[in-house]
Design a protein around this ligand. Structure first.
Ligand SMILES: NC(=O)c1ccc[n+]([C@@H]2O[C@H](COP(=O)([O-])OP(=O)(O)OC[C@H]3O[C@@H](n4cnc5c(N)ncnc54)[C@H](OP(=O)(O)O)[C@@H]3O)[C@@H](O)[C@H]2O)c1
Length: 176
């Protein structure tokens, strides 16, 4: 599977249940890289999306410990609930069998912090939007540059610098 996240210079990803910055170019990049795929996200991240609804054109597996939780979905979105890590992994295996999804290419881990932590060991590629700012944050992603320096990951792609609303950022891909 793959992970996708936007981080600031301190590898912060969120504050008070929200993203750190509004970057239209990054939202477009997220859409391009997740359309048609199976997304994994925590209940809090789902509830931070517009209207608290799963995104159209994608299957979203939402993790919540509440077995009665009903994830909201936008029109054209498919949602599934998993109440544990093991249940989610079993769901992916049955989707591989029944729907032919490719576990390596078609599954995107979309946060938040708790979900990135649990699934990071299973991600072979990580798509990071590196925002060239330091924000105040309360949720973080692992510092992948430190893992790259230690040889555990390698950087396979780095885009030109982008800019939205006066904020500079670039897209970087890391692989195991
Ligand atoms: N920058 C980015 O790219 C990015 C991407 C995504 C999110 N974010 C940010 O990250 C923050 C949210 O992160 P977070 O860590 O607070 O929340 P989260 O990971 O989105 O959701 C946490 C919730 O997921 C459920 N959960 C997680 N693991 C589970 C498991 N193994 N079994 C059952 N349920 C499980 C639990 O739900 P219940 O409480 O219902 O049991 C838990 O409270 C927000 O600020 C958001 O904006 C940033």
């Amino acid at each position: 599977m793959k992970a996708i996240a936007a981080v600031d210079k301190n590898w912060g990803i969120g504050k008070d249940g929200k993203l750190l910055a509004h970057l239209p170019g990054d939202l477009k990049y997220f859409r391009e890289n997740t359309l048609g795929k199976v997304l994994i996200m925590g209940r809090k991240t789902l509830e931070s999306l517009p209207g608290g609804k799963a995104l159209p054109g994608r299957t979203t597996i939402v993790l919540s410990g509440d077995e009665n939780y009903e994830p909201k979905a936008a029109e054209g979105a498919r949602t599934l609930l998993a109440t544990s890590f093991d249940e989610l992994m079993a769901m992916l295996l049955s989707m591989e069998f029944a729907e032919g999804i490719d576990l390596e290419e078609d599954v995107m881990v979309c946060g938040g912090e708790s979900v990135y932590k649990q699934f990071f060991p299973y991600c072979n590629e990580i798509l990071i939007t590196k925002i060239d700012e330091k924000f105040s944050a309360d949720k973080y992603f692992e510092n992948l540059d430190e893992l790259a320096i230690s040889g555990m990951l390698k950087i396979t792609y780095e885009s030109e610098v982008q800019e939205d609303n006066g904020i500079k950022y670039k897209f970087v891909k890391y692989s195991r």
